[in-house]
Design a binder for this molecule. Sequence first.
Ligand code: ATP
Ligand code: MG
Length: 361
Amino acid sequence: MKKIMLTGDRPTGKLHVGHYVGSLRRRVELQNTGDFDDIFIMIADAQALTDNADNPEKVRQNIIEVALDYLACGLDPEKSTLFIQSQVPELCELSFYYMNLVTVSRLQRNPTVKAEIQMRNFEASIPVGFFTYPISQAADITAFKATTVPVGEDQMPMLEQTREIVHKFNSVYGETLVDPKILLPENEACLRLPGIDGKAKMSKSLNNCIYLSEEPEEIQKKVFSMFTDPNHIRIEDPGSLEGNTVFTYLDAFCRPEYFPEFLPEYKNLDELKEHYQRGGLGDMKVKRFLNNVLQAELEPIRNRRKEFQKDIPAVYEILRKGSIKAEAVAAQTLKEVKAAMKINYFDDAELIQEQAERFGE
Ligand code: ATP
Ligand code: MG
């Protein structure tokens, strides 16, 4: 069976380091292994409109920001198809048919959607489109026959919903859709990177982000203001790693080579953690180290972004070409779906013959 990757992001803001460790870094690594037959990376503008209906300009402005972040991180249009969701109308048609395979109560049970409804104060007035976005995500994934979906932990319920739709569809209409597998980050800290406030996950909607394109001074300011252990008051006090955002970020970003480069008095992260827990290691020293680590990780991304920013029409051209390719693939799947559902009347010579005979009698 072919190996196909699909994943994407909502153009509701620039991408942040949570996206990077949760999915983007993995996509680039997988892209560069050459193991995949096809890779589709989607800018989910139609999904972003489900909770930004009154602010389409926000979505429109952020498409290019996300595309620049993709290219800056090393997604390569020669190897990966970068496209815009709304430019592939077949996805809407698939969603429409999948809607019949899902109950309202099933959608109501989705824990991520539940949390998002609360966060947006939608309780009394949930837009139907927002409520059903897990179904539209199933269309996105299955349209490309994706086998692998690299995402953060918040996407687990979406993948489960997709798999249910695939199983239901295949059992009612015959084997047609491909069952996708979720690919979560291996590192615990990357499953759901917290915001710099230490609360919840880093999210564009919560204003607690370090953006991939952030300038060095801004990164440092954010790192220095980060949440640590509130009970670690004097340097000699023992410190706790539990919920300590600075250490969570080190888990997510630190590479072994950063110790000889920036903090040679420690061999590795375990040693640093041990000293912190024992007492005698100040927060500022750890923050300065994290700042160095993040600066080293983000500098090449920021510089590449600035290069791509010099030719914006070329970036739109990449998305246009990608969208054309994506549409061709989705159209083929839709054709197969309609054939399985037997709603391909005009291609069905047998049906026409059968009806002719019925009326000929
Ligand atoms: P929004 O607030 O508009 O929903 P978001 O920051 O949650 O934005 P999405 O576009 O919804 O970002 O998510 C894109 C991808 O990034 C998904 O695969 C998601 O799992 C992953 N992701 C987002 N935030 C984090 C995070 N803090 N840690 C790990 N992965 C994340
Ligand atoms: Mg989100």
